[in-house]
Design a protein around this ligand. Structure first.
Ligand code: C2E
Ligand code: MG
Ligand code: MG
Ligand code: MG
Length: 290
């Protein structure tokens, strides 16, 4: 069925433009329908964000959240990004979706501020086509100016594969964003065969280790070695290193031993609605996340 095909497609690779049609077992008719629905999703206010905390392991404290997009489809129910981001990329709708996400994040930051919550950065994912727009830095700057949110509160997550795709423009875009005061993270790090010399040239602040390395880190010594190597590299380059997809205490022990200073995953919290974030922001996790 189309829903489960869409849901699983996210595992297939996020940056291949053809993958939506090819990997997913949806008919042309269903695809057209979904595309049409997605056009209306913005006007009909069917999109919403969930937030997942990122934890500093030494202090047991939330140090930020990542905004994750969801679509409440009128007939299919909640669809995760794996079911529609590739389609949005293909059709170009991603540009408007992405701007909506950033505005919504800014609105939410102001709302949390009004509630008296201490400030923390919110990470926003940029897909390859968004990041590849020539004036992306200026657009982001305009939205921050309009909403009055400080650029230091926004973190942009750009996948390693996306960075590799736009080699000429990439450095310029990253430098502009960096000068504007935004924080930059390389998402899904380790699966994109990036040239390590890019890390020296790109003004990034954070590496987020792909969850495929974390998943069986306890049983696969190769993955443990890779995570440890990335953590050492990040440490020497003075970048923060985040382990993604931490679900178990064993994984937490392993990523900590490997030298990851921060982690994110279901063990701490699933992505949740904005109303649940204040409690997470004030919470203190013990060393074993209990
Ligand atoms: P990502 O940025 O790498 O986000 C992490 C994904 O892992 C999220 O899936 C999150 O729900 C999931 N996750 C977190 N902790 C765990 C865990 O412990 N175990 C497992 N198995 N999964 C965990 P989600 O929300 O379905 O998002 C998938 C991808 O879609 C994201 O990967 C990101 O690349 C993209 N995405 C999400 N929101 C946006 C958005 O607003 N714009 C764009 N362009 N892409 C987005
Ligand atoms: Mg998901
Ligand atoms: Mg991300
Ligand atoms: Mg990731």
């Amino acid at each position: 069925n189309a829903d489960s095909a869409m849901y699983h497609a996210k595992d297939a690779g996020r940056d291949n433009h053809q993958f939506f049609a090819a990997q997913m077992n949806v008919t042309a008719q269903q695809r057209l329908e979904l595309e049409n629905d997605l056009h209306h999703a913005l006007q009909r206010a069917e999109l919403f964000l969930h937030y997942q905390p990122r934890i500093d392991l030494a202090r047991g404290r939330m140090v930020g959240v990542e905004a994750l997009l969801r679509w409440l489809h009128p007939r299919r129910g909640v669809i995760h990004p794996g079911g529609f981001i590739a389609l949005a990329e293909e059709t170009g709708l991603i540009v408007r979706l992405g701007e909506w996400v950033l505005r919504e994040v800014c609105r939410q930051i102001l709302e949390w501020q009004r509630q008296g919550l201490p400030a923390f950065p919110v990470a926003v994912n940029l897909s390859p086509r968004q990041f590849g727009q020539r004036h992306i830095a200026e657009r982001i700057g305009e939205i921050l100016l309009e909403t009055g949110v400080s650029s230091s509160l926004i973190e942009l997550e750009i996948t390693e594969t996306s960075l590799m795709q736009h080699t000429e423009q990439t450095l310029g875009t990253l430098s502009r964003l960096h000068k504007m005061g935004l924080r930059l993270a390389i998402d899904d790090f380790g699966i994109g065969y990036s040239s390590l010399s890019y890390l020296k040239r790109f003004p990034v602040d954070q590496l987020k280790i792909d969850q495929s390395f974390v998943r069986d880190i306890g049983v696969d010594p190769t993955n443990a070695a890779i995570v440890a190597a990335i953590a050492t590299l990040a440490h020497n380059l003075k970048l923060a290193v985040v382990a993604e997809g931490v679900e178990t205490h064993e994984q937490l022990d392993a990523v900590r031993t490997a030298g990851c200073g921060q982690a994110q995953g279901f063990l701490f919290s699933r992505p949740v609605g904005a109303e649940h974030v204040p409690a997470l922001a004030l919470r203190r996790w013990s060393a074993d996340a209990r």
